[in-house]
Ligand binder design. Structure first.
Ligand code: DGY
Length: 347
């Protein structure tokens, strides 16, 4: 699909993206926009090289693509100096290779913070109240009247929520769980989570002033503390060499037998094979997963009644996805036109 065929700068998007604002933004600034409409979900490096062709000023790519040496050297040969991932995460991008070939890299933080946190909260609630199992039960025609013990789950109020990785999304999730459900908080991050700390401190004051029951909160000095103490644990680290299989067999065994584990970050943060085993051995342990050791989910997970699995949709609200597309376009346009790149992970 081609927009503004006579535009001076050639910008390629490896996928159709939501909305049209991002397209207008580029075409209004003399860009010819080419959108790949191949039905294949994951494009290979060769597919993308073919899209880049001989002349390309910038590319908007997706988290499913392998943006390393080959693609950045190809883009550079075609005269391209700009690349943006349509994602906040950029574990699929070799930023050093991009720098080596003179290509600026952008990502799309900010617009997906609340949307992603909302999905993590939804998975936490769904797991604790067994919503998916209960829905399946209804649809199977098994309901024949109210019973005192039917799908009894947990009350979040008064339980402890554990957050691993208290950046933008982890902090937004923590706020939702503390303020929305009156959960106590324990979190772990390598860095100071200043905004989260300000929030919990002020919220504590508010509860005191209004005479409501207090919530407790604490920054853990090790991740293991969070795993041992929390009833609901949500993972929000970036994926890199240090967080690959962060949650492994040993760490799973530290968690409470009835804990809930939520992951809306990146799949490989959890050792999925170890998780399947853990779910089998601990039927009261539950997970809510948005991400997998992609591209596909490992066999076994889908058979587990104590797992809720959704297809990497944490940022999938209309507003957010259109915002991500717009930011990605702005990143590429910025570099082409010499404006500041909106979001540069190297900043
Ligand atoms: C991201 O942005 O990194 C998400 O995984 C997709 O929204």
């Amino acid at each position: 699909e081609v927009w503004n065929p006579n535009g001076k700068y050639r910008v390629v998007s490896t996928k159709p993206m939501p909305g049209t604002r991002w397209i207008r933004l580029l075409t209004d600034q003399d860009c010819r926009v080419e959108i790949c409409t191949q039905r294949k979900t994951i494009l290979s490096v060769d597919d993308i090289l073919a899209l880049i062709g001989d002349k390309c000023d910038g590319v908007i790519g997706q988290l499913t693509e392998d943006w390393g040496e080959v693609l950045f050297s190809g883009l550079s040969r075609a005269g391209g100096r700009a690349f943006s991932n349509m994602a906040v995460g950029y574990n699929n991008v070799d930023v050093n290779a991009a720098t080596k070939y003179g290509v600026a890299v952008g990502n799309t933080p900010g617009v997906l913070t609340e949307t992603t946190a909302e999905l993590a909260a939804s998975l936490s609630l769904s797991a604790s109240r067994r919503i998916v199992e209960a829905d399946e039960f209804m649809r199977a025609g098994l309901y024949d009247g109210w019973l005192p013990h039917l799908f009894v789950g947990n009350l979040l109020k008064g339980q402890t929520v554990g957050v691993i990785g208290a950046g933008r999304i982890g902090s937004a999730y923590a706020r939702m769980m503390v303020e929305g459900f009156k959960m106590n908080l324990i979190y772990y991050d390598l860095y100071q989570a200043t905004r989260l700390e300000k929030f919990v401190t002020a919220y504590g004051e508010f509860l005191k002033a209004s005479g409501e029951a207090p919530v407790t909160w604490r920054r853990a000095s090790t991740m293991e503390e969070v795993l041992r103490e929390a009833d609901v644990i949500s993972l929000h680290p970036v994926l890199d060499k240090t967080t690959y299989h962060l949650v492994n067999k040993e760490r799973l065994s530290m968690m409470k037998k009835e804990a809930i584990l939520v992951n809306c970050s990146r799949g490989p943060v959890i050792d999925e094979a170890a998780l399947v085993e853990h779910l089998k051995e601990n039927p009261m342990f539950r997970v809510g997963l948005d991400v997998f050791e992609e591209p596909y989910m490992k066999p076994g997970l889908a058979d587990m009644k104590n797992a809720i699995v959704v297809p990497h949709i944490a940022s999938a609200s209309k507003w957010t996805r259109e915002g991500m597309a717009t930011l990605a376009a702005l990143n590429v346009l910025g570099k082409i036109k010499g404006y500041p790149v909106w979001s540069d992970p190297n900043r």
